[in-house]
Design a binder for this molecule. Structure first.
Ligand code: PLP
Length: 386
């Protein structure tokens, strides 16, 4: 199998005696042994074998192997959600007295973990600007152990320079950890830019139909072994059922993303000059402030489009009420297009200044562009803008 997308389709758990074509789900919490010696050897890590589904499970392994293949990673560990993947990626490597460098525009719950929980464990952090790589090095301290970032950012679609971050991390011997949720491995593979760890919320594009929660951490064997040790003790493991759903989804990820991204580019181009929109943001529009970086590190512009309504906060609420087809929901990466207004929903608890600091303006609308016909998506957004 010479192409990654072929591996994402063809890698599978061992077939059973009935030789089913599609992989079964291994609904089992534990696994059996032939005799005391086999059991002893597997428990002693002398022989490979399954023990308990909190540690590993064939269905979960199939999903992890497929995702690792897509990312060009040696291996991975799958978790119950994106947040548990992110939390494990911090706690498996950071200890009391360590310092985390992190880009300031990151997913809200990740911000919550860093600011509310890491300090309880004595882990320090510094936020740096996503758009100013020159300022990052000055924030590095002797105890800095990890640089964490997300690109494109949720919801503002900032693009962070992966090559600059990778070079900095190599120079200072820091773990480079990337949340690749928005781009997916079809859109970008951060390992090519020196990432040591990749974290995913599989809940979004990887599932692609808004059905299940899931997450994963990918990387080199010795790093993922630390994630495994942390998770097998603390228990945020992915359920076999969710893994089965997600594993099937990876078979269509490449073709789905192609359509999500071409629809998104179409929407962004068609609406860029709309009078109700004061600015349009899409990584593959030349007007995007980090267009050059996006073109360098991404294979497509992704499935999310953001725009600023000229009318601000009130216009944002009116826009949602004017939609007839797009769903009003917090998820993204679904077959069905979704509209959200962060200032009045997901980020309403922040002050206006806090929102501004992470690029969330009062009239910001985020569209997760689905797989409906592009003209229907465009017409409904026009309904909202009218
Ligand atoms: C949704 C999301 C997460 C968290 O994933 P869950 O599966 O909801 O726990 C992390 N990072 C980004 C960028 C996200 O969009």
């Amino acid at each position: 199998m010479s192409h990654r997308i072929t591996e994402a389709i063809r890698i599978r758990t061992e077939s059973t005696d009935v030789r089913e074509h599609s992989s079964p789900v291994y609904f089992t919490s534990s696994f059996c042994y032939d005799d005391a010696e086999q059991m002893r050897a597997i428990f002693a890590d002398e022989k490979e074998g399954y023990i308990y589904s909190r540690f590993s499970n064939p269905t979960v392994q199939e999903f992890t192997d497929r995702l690792a293949a897509l990312e060009g990673a040696e291996t991975g560990f799958a978790t119950a959600s994106g947040m548990s993947a992110i939390f494990a990626s911090f706690l498996a490597f950071l200890k009391k007295g360590d310092h985390l460098l992190v880009c300031n525009a990151i997913f809200g719950s990740t911000h919550g973990v860093i600011t509310k929980f890491l300090p309880k464990y004595g882990i320090e952090f510094t936020y740096v600007r996503t758009d100013d790589p020159a300022s990052w090095e000055a924030a590095i301290r002797p105890n800095t152990k990890m640089f964490f970032l997300e690109t494109p950012t949720n919801p503002g679609l900032d693009i962070v320079d992966l090559a600059a971050a990778g070079a900095l991390c190599r120079k200072h011997n820091i773990l480079f950890n990337v949340d690749n949720c928005f781009a997916t491995p079809i859109g970008q593979t951060p390992m090519d830019f020196g990432a040591d760890l990749i974290v995913h919320s599989a809940t979004k594009w990887l599932d692609g139909q808004g059905r299940v929660l899931g997450g994963a951490v990918l990387g080199r064997k010795e790093l993922i072994h630390e994630i495994y040790l942390f998770c097998r003790s603390t228990g945020p493991s992915l359920s076999p059922f969710n893994a089965w759903i997600l594993s099937r989804s990876l078979e269509t990820l490449d073709v789905r993303m192609e359509r999500h991204c071409s629809n998104a580019l179409f929407i962004a181009q068609q609406l860029e000059k709309h009078p109700a929109i004061s600015s349009m943001r899409y990584p593959f529009l030349p007007s995007h402030p980090q267009y050059e970086i996006a073109k360098r590190q991404m294979k497509n512009g992704g499935g999310i489009v953001c725009f600023e309504l000229a009318g601000g906060l009130q216009a944002g609420r009116k826009f949602l009420d004017g939609l007839k087809m797009l769903s009003l929901t917090a998820n993204l990466g679904d077959t069905r297009s979704i509209a959200s207004h962060p200032a009045s929903t997901t980020h309403a608890k922040l002050t206006e200044q806090e929102r501004a600091a992470v690029g969330i303006t009062p009239g910001l609308i985020r569209i997760s562009v689905g797989l409906e016909h592009r003209d229907d998506i465009l017409n409904d957004i026009k309904n909202g803008l009218a």
